[in-house]
Design a protein around this ligand. Structure first.
Ligand SMILES: [Zn+2]
Length: 181
């Protein structure tokens, strides 16, 4: 997808996550950002469980005709178990890579975003926000909560105390069939 002049349209005084491109030499540059999740001003982030500090590592690879920006996010999120709704605090890592081209991209290069060679600064706030949201796992379940339904199911599947040590093989097989029915 192409985002024509997206950075130019952003008229914010100072980007939350912004890279100054003017004067940046060719090569690899690393930037670190720390901010609070609330500073993004997006209710979706708090709904997703982000309420604490967010750390962002940005690597800019500036080359002659293109630029590659790699975002890495690290944040703690308050989630809930899908099965028992117990609160879970999880450390979430996200990453995202953006390709920028100074030239008019042709159809083959549709993954490149067009950027003006003279762009002074790059606002990555929106990309970081999306990367954070994408770092939330689709499924969340307890890992150490004995009251969780996952553990209960395992317990129910285990042989009961009435199990005879020398019960014959056929009977065990029948039990097994019932167990997984
Ligand atoms: Zn659970």
């Amino acid at each position: 997808m192409l985002f024509y002049g997206k950075e130019g349209i952003m008229a914010r005084e100072k980007a939350l996550i912004g890279i100054r491109l003017a004067g940046l030499s060719e090569g690899v540059h690393e930037f670190e950002f720390n901010c609070m999740a609330a500073e993004f001003g997006d209710p979706a982030l708090s709904e997703a469980g982000f309420s604490e500090e967010v750390s962002v590592n940005v690597t800019v690879e500036k080359m002659e005709g293109e630029m590659i920006v790699t975002l890495k996010t690290f944040a703690v999120a308050d989630l809930t178990c899908d099965l028992c709704l117990a609160p879970i605090t999880a450390e979430l890592n996200g990453s995202y890579r953006i390709f920028y081209s100074y030239e008019q991209a042709n159809e083959r290069d549709e993954e490149y975003r067009l950027i003006d060679r003279n762009t002074v600064s790059l606002d990555l706030t929106e990309d970081v926000r999306e990367t954070l949201l994408l770092s939330v796992p689709m499924k969340v379940t307890c890992t150490d909560n004995p009251d969780c339904r996952v553990f209960h199911q395992e317990e129910l599947g285990e042989p009961g105390e009435d199990r005879k040590p020398d019960s014959d093989w056929q009977e065990s097989l029948e039990k097994l069939k019932n167990k997984y029915r």
